[in-house]
Design a protein around this ligand. Structure first.
Ligand SMILES: [Zn+2]
Ligand SMILES: [Zn+2]
Length: 125
């Protein structure tokens, strides 16, 4: 993969974001920082980054897929109302993961094993 500035910029944006972003949100964030990038380009770039494993896609609630940088192992939260997807640090869940393995015999993946649905802080307010 060629490291074009657009790809690095989008990867950095996802890595810095507290939430995982939809293609539209990624576009909006780029526009906000003065780098207007065509939506198609953003979408293609996200897909390319997924293919090479630097980014992963999460389908939470609703139609829009959200994208996050694949760095530290983490799980996901998904808001049923606004569809936002957040990262959930796996280190807080070691006990739960142990319990899941004990109960089911399945050893959960260290990253992406859980998708927890609910209402995000913004929607619950
Ligand atoms: Zn993620
Ligand atoms: Zn929400």
């Amino acid at each position: 993969m060629r490291c074009t500035p657009g790809r690095l910029r989008i990867l950095a944006l996802l890595a810095d974001s507290a939430r995982h972003l939809s293609p539209a949100e990624t576009c909006a964030e780029l526009a906000r920082s003065g780098e207007a990038v065509h939506a198609t380009t953003v979408y293609r770039t996200l897909e390319t980054l997924v293919e090479v494993g630097l980014v992963h896609a999460v389908r939470g609630s609703g139609a829009a897929v959200r994208y996050g940088a694949t760095g530290e192992p983490h799980h996901h939260t998904a808001c049923r109302e606004c569809g936002s997807v957040g990262a959930l640090d796996g280190r807080h869940l070691a006990e739960s993961m142990g319990a899941i393995e004990e109960l089911t015999g399945l050893r959960p993946d260290p990253s992406g094993a859980l998708l927890i649905y609910g209402r995000c802080a913004e929607c619950a307010a």
